[in-house]
Design a protein around this ligand. Structure first.
Ligand SMILES: Nc1ncnc2c1ncn2[C@@H]1O[C@H](COP(=O)(O)OP(=O)(O)OP(=O)(O)O)[C@@H](O)[C@H]1O
Ligand SMILES: [Mg+2]
Length: 159
């Protein structure tokens, strides 16, 4: 099976400190992979490199057949093909849950609001938050925020 995401020899340094030292991995469609390591060992940094929120110092990242570590790529378009649940969730505090879940589809995918809201409600239902669609994130528990972030991460049908 061909890999949907492939990282080859990723290096990332913060100043003099190497955090990723030649990390390679390969993900097939529907495969689940857990990255395990002690606090500060570079797990979040790896994910932030894979979705282009951090630049890499060396190596290559392929999404499908596309080299997304090529500096000429349109990073926003690449990120719309990936879904991320951030460690601190990073929900937009000034937006309702429904708007949190639908914003990327409206802005990046340019899907009309009515269509995104239908799907957004389905996604919120799926994570057990259908009754919270109009609430703001500060009214939610930590686990509820995590589930809202999960619904947001899959809203654009990432690869
Ligand atoms: N923007 C940054 N600038 C400088 N150093 C950073 C930056 N981000 C992360 N680091 C450093 O990189 C290392 C890896 O951090 P990272 O957040 O990837 O760890 P982690 O494995 O996700 O840890 P945790 O399990 O605690 O979430 C740490 O030493 C951290 O201090
Ligand atoms: Mg982390």
């Amino acid at each position: 099976m061909s890999a949907v995401l492939r990282a080859e020899g990723l290096w990332k340094r913060f100043g003099d400190q190497p955090v990723l030292r030649g990390v390679s991995l390969e993900l097939s469609r529907h495969e689940v992979v857990a990255v395990i390591g002690s606090s500060g060992s570079g797990k979040s940094t790896l994910l932030r490199c894979l979705n282009l929120l951090e630049s890499i110092d060396d190596g290559r990242i392929l999404l499908g057949d596309d080299d997304i570590s090529d500096p000429r790529v349109d990073a926003d378009r690449v990120r719309s093909r990936l879904g991320t649940v951030f460690q601190s969730y990073n929900l937009f505090p000034h937006l309702s849950l429904l708007d949190n879940v639908t914003l990327a589809s409206r802005v990046v995918r340019r899907i009309p609001r009515r269509d995104t809201e239908e799907r957004g409600k389905v996604l919120l239902d799926r994570v057990g938050l259908g009754a919270f669609a109009d609430e703001h994130p500060d009214r939610l528990s930590g686990g509820q925020q995590q589930r809202a972030a999960l619904a947001r991460a899959i809203a654009t049908d990432p690869e």
